[in-house]
Design a protein around this ligand. Structure first.
Ligand code: UDP
Length: 456
């Protein structure tokens, strides 16, 4: 019998690739052979971002399959991307499994895929290969999705997920976040009804794999979401994945990290810097971008700001006139930061974040308080965890025109940085989650049992 050999398949966006790379590296360290499948498009991005250093520790075998879109088509249009994945992935994955098994003495013994790639898990099940679903977001989000049939029965949403009661909040249990109907995950990907339908159907179809998979693992911990884990008994915690567990280069990044910002952080006072980052997909309009720049400027604090090259719609970002001169050395702008290391740096005071789940986990596991600026998908739910449930951050409020104004940014930064209770809670939460992934902790136990299972 060959070595255990796991084929790992993420949904092809940055926030889904990173946690699966992290889990894969953790498994590889335990002697499990990993073949990691990116789409051809993302595989190229990863290679371009890291050059020869990609996967330099050689732990992961990097493979790729087409995503069904043409060259030049926009992969950030998630409705279209998802539609094409549904069309091409089942055949692609089947062929890939046959190809790997033909050429490798260690046949694929398990397929571990993002639950949003349930179609890959279905293919594996059809071929008689054991399946593992990884849920890379809040378990509470999974509980919400599994409740869709009930929401339909109760007349809260229709058959394509449109809310039927515009103001009735969705709350599954008192200790969980409550979700405004307009913030349901399938509604806010973009404004079109066709995208809503594609995403809604896709999510509903994936619910099935929660039942059929041999394991459902989550990048979360009991300490963070006990009530939500009670709602989904099959879901087991193995997170949060910690950056400190990473080996060598993280081969999942789509952009090259700018490590020089860490040296800049070294020169700042402890607990002084505002870190500002909005993940991989968020796009600002130019007015909001400028308002954010002005808001950071008037805080009069040092700030490290991730400005991705595609963060605004136009060709150029709309910095206020004279901005660079006025903020001078107090500001560092990078196009992609080594975020997990940044959040672990002692000079960080707080994190202005879009509240993507990975960013949330990275902030939480470093004890950093948040200013929440959610845009879409599950980010509103995560904001609610941060500000209403864990109470380790504040919400930024939009004005009547839908803009977060500079005065709001300044005043919330001041409020957060001066809130000792919030800081204490953030540190306490950090200690709890670190314990959960440490030797003998709740997530660590699940991880070890899982590794045993893979080896058995
Ligand atoms: N990230 C990073 N450098 C940056 C910005 C983001 O490495 O400058 C990483 C971040 O650490 C996180 C991921 O990109 O692991 C973003 O995932 P998240 O779920 O927070 O947001 P998404 O991109 O899915 O909206």
């Amino acid at each position: 019998m060959g070595k255990p050999h796991v084929l790992v398949i993420p949904y092809p966006t940055q926030g889904h690739v990173i946690p699966l790379v992290e889990l894969s590296q953790n498994l590889a360290k335990q002697g499990i052979k990993i073949s990691f499948v990116n789409t051809v498009f993302n595989h190229k991005r990863v290679l371009d971002a890291f050059g020869e250093k990609v996967n330099e520790n050689g732990l992961l075998h990097l493979l790729s399959v087409p995503d069904g879109l043409e060259d030049g088509e926009d992969r950030n249009q998630l409705g279209k991307l998802t539609e094409r994945l549904c069309q091409v992935m089942p055949t692609q994955i089947k062929e890939l499994i046959h190809k790997v098994n033909e050429s490798d003495d260690d046949k694929i013994s398990c397929v571990l895929a993002d639950i949003t790639m349930g179609l890959a898990l279905d293919v594996a099940a059809e071929l008689g290969i054991p399946t593992v679903g990884l849920w890379p977001a809040a378990v509470f989000q999974l509980a919400m999705l599994l409740s869709i049939p009930k929401f339909i029965d109760d007349g809260l949403i229709d058959e394509i997920g449109t809310p039927l009661m515009k103001h009735k909040m969705f709350q599954l249990s008192p200790m969980n976040p409550s979700i405004h109907p307009m913030n349901l995950i399938w509604l806010n990907i973009d404004d079109s009804l066709s995208t809503q339908k594609i995403i809604f159907d896709f999510l509903v179809r994936n619910n099935k794999v929660v039942e059929t998979s041999d394991w459902v693992l989550c990048n979360s911990s009991l300490e963070l979401e006990l009530q939500a884990f009670n709602l989904v008994p099959k879901a087991l915690p193995i997170g949060p994945f910690l950056a400190t567990n990473r080996l060598g280069n993280l081969s999942g990044n789509f952009w090259p990290e700018d490590p020089t910002c860490l040296q800049w952080l070294d020169q700042q006072s402890p607990g002084s810097v505002i870190y500002v980052a909005f993940g991989s997909l968020t796009v600002f309009d130019q007015i909001q971008f400028q308002e954010l720049a002005l808001g950071l400027e008037i805080t009069e604090r040092p700030f490290l700001w991730v400005v991705r090259e595609d963060i605004t719609k136009g060709k150029h970002h709309n910095y206020p006139k004279g901005f660079n001169v006025r903020v001078g050395n107090r500001c560092r702008i990078v196009s992609w930061a080594p975020q997990a290391a940044v959040l672990g740096h002692s000079s960080i005071a707080c994190f202005i974040s879009h509240c993507g789940w990975n960013s949330t986990m990275e902030g939480v596991s470093n004890g950093v308080p948040f200013l929440c600026w959610p845009y879409f998908a599950d980010q509103f739910l995560n904001e609610s965890y941060i500000s209403d449930i864990w109470k380790i951050g504040l919400k930024l409020q939009k004005d009547e025109g839908g803009i977060i104004r500079k005065e709001e940014i300044k005043s919330k930064v001041e409020q957060l940085v001066g809130d000792e209770n919030c800081k204490t809670r953030a540190i306490e939460l950090k200690q709890m989650v670190i314990k959960s992934v440490g030797d003998g902790g709740s997530s660590d136990k699940v991880f070890k049992n899982f590794v045993q299972w893979l080896k058995s």
